[in-house]
Ligand binder design. Sequence first.
Ligand code: NOJ
Ligand code: CA
Length: 553
Amino acid sequence: MREKKWWQEEVVYQIYPKSFCDGNGDGIGDLRGIISKLDYLKGLGITMLWICPCYQSPMDDNGYDISDYKQIAAEFGSMEDMDELIKKAKEYGIKIILDLVINHTSDEHRWFKKAVSEPESKYHDYYIFKDGAKEPNNWRSVFGGSVWEKIPDKDEYYFHAFGKKQPDLNWENRELREELYKMVNWWLDKGIAGFRIDAITFIKKDLTWSDREPDGADGLAKCTKASRNQKGIGTFLNELKENTFDRYDCVTVAEAPGVSYDELDEFIGDNGYFSMIFDFRYADLDIASGSEWFKRISWTIKDFNKKIMESQMALQKYGWGANFIENHDQPRAATKYLKENQNNPDAVKTLAAMYFFLRGTPFIYQGQELGMVNFDRKDIGEFNDISSIDQYYRSIDEGLSEKEALKVINLRSRDNSRTPFPWNNEKYGGFSKCEPWLAMTEEYPDINAEKQMSQKESIYSFYKDMISFRQNGAYRDCLIYGDIEHVESSENVIAYKRYTDDISIQCWFNFSSETVTEKIGREEIEVVWENMQEVEFKNGYLILKPFQTVLFR
Ligand code: NOJ
Ligand code: CA
């Protein structure tokens, strides 16, 4: 066991502000809505919130396209609301981390507008421009099409790894970097606990800008091969940390795709760039690559088990991880991992407990605590997310029929998790008094917070108990700080052990709809946690009912 850190004890809840709670009745979630739900969050046992971008933005990518880092988006409220939220949350004992998006800005950011309108100004070098009559290379952006967008009436292009309204910042420019550090410190001075850091491995590009081997029907090549986690990135990340995070006792959770397990020491080791990172390997187990949803692959519980354990072992070797099964870029976990069992509460609870008791800080995405499921859309016109729309047309270019394309997009769309939060069974689910910006899920009259809060056996109540058990139970030290080790199990069961010098807790999760018998090799066990009424243990065998979870010492 390493030195303990305060952020290892947190239970984080991720809020997608547009969809959490509408405080002023315009159909869009906002900061006053979040303030009004602090009671709910406290009741659930949450200790820290991650709030997705709420800065001024044209909302082309729902806030991941920032036009002013120091203003709050008008639809979300004002800076006074933000200050009040930070203050009130503190009174509730809830910390706040914000989303830090510093790989790119919006094309409506003052810097970019100046860069285009005054090419001689210093702002031109804040972004990446190339002269020429055609795109400088064949790289494909994450949201489709070339990474290069033409400046009207000029033989000049700018680079964007994501959408075309998200020009990448030129991290090679020292003055730009210093402006960013000042902005980061300005927010930390406001009393936030830290940041979730967006797409941070994209800040360094291959500066030769050379073509890559095409890998799609569009003749382009994924830009991630040349604009993610490139050599030399460490210099920027160390500088960022030294000028900002290191000066505060803050937490940093990096979205760092493209980092291999043997590079984790640099990222999250004792002198790493960040406190922890998200590992997407098991979240993306159903697709061949994180950004191409049409390349689907089949998987089994055994594969899931293997991926989770590999991830845990790598994170444990060097540092600490941020565990999650859902976020605003992923489909609902119940649908993705449980498939036809998505509506079985026992299955949802087993999935929840399996990831929640892993070693690391658990992240819960809004609505996950209710076991929300995917939204099946019937037409591409029903989608809002830019990525879903791009992937639909790319799937068709790659040879899928419209029907097949709609099917894969429905399985993977980021809109699945962006539907408004169902607070109750009223019209618009208590989310808003008027029609929300994105349709509610069909299930909300049944799957909603009010109903589940009144039921002892609900998924909500299970989450609440589970959080309290990790945070305040007799085995808190072991469940938070203990090491993890894989335990052999049969093919539809995942098992691991959490342990300290003093205690060892085995955690068993049956992911099949059949009863499974597991040889434990012990005469007795002391059950400390389970999701059903009783646990059967006979002659050294643990008999797991369908979707049963058992923790024992
Ligand atoms: C990752 C964010 O999670 C996602 O929502 C966003 O679209 C991209 N980064 C670009 O900022
Ligand atoms: Ca609103």
